[in-house]
Design a protein around this ligand. Sequence first.
Ligand code: HEC
Length: 239
Amino acid sequence: MSAPSSFPNPDSNDLDRLHAAVKREKADLAPGQEPAPMWVIFLFMIIAIVAGGQLGPMTGSFSFNISNPFSTGQSGDPRPGNEGAGAAADPFQTAMKKGSSGYAVCGGCHQGSGMGLPGQYPPLAGSEWVLGGTERLIRVVQHGLVGQVTVKGQNYNFPGGMQPFGAAMSAGDLANVLTFIRNSWGNEAHMITKEMVEKVRADEKRATQWTMSDLEAFKDKDVPGEIPAGPGATAAAAK
Ligand code: HEC
């Protein structure tokens, strides 16, 4: 008894062919697990490119330099706590700060309000002496003032007048105080620099206090000199 020739022989290649076909079949995919179609993938790529391009310039004011925690407080650094460093770079703000403490010397007579005391100390607020020519103003404080003076239409003649402050104050201190009185209580005039005070000091050696008539010639004259940024900085320095 012999087996029919059609019965698959376990050693034959047919068995391998049969299994190879089964192996080629992929398992059925569970619903919802099918791979995304190509067009969906391309759509997401385009969205990523467009969104990236938008994000690039839309960073607010972020900058690596400014956000650097080790950066020194250079001027223009807008982070909170660095206003002081920025202000220090502004000569006008520095002069105003220093001048306001230097004004303690003057405030006893001219008052913190700059209004002076009627009949005794003339006002600095709105005074034509303060706002007028810097040649006269610097000389008044440098060498003092005595005799009758007219300020804002009022006459003052304090016994002994005002003492000279030139010897007691450095040129820089004097300049800062004068910048301060020219820009306080509603006053607004360009700053007075140390160089301007030094120039008047070099020009004028004087042992006695000025009188109002002595200074008439300087009433509207400005000391030549470059005025740093601040009020009136663009005004002509010398007349
Ligand atoms: C002891 C009081 C006294 C002190 C301190 C004093 N002054 Fe005077 N100041 C006077 C008197 C008084 C006059 C008017 C002088 C006169 O009558 O001749 C005067 C006049 C002036 C004037 C001209 C008139 C005016 O009102 O604009 C200026 C400017 C001035 N002083 C600025 C200063 C400054 C700046 C300081 C501080 C550095 C100062 N004074 C400190 C008493 C003082």
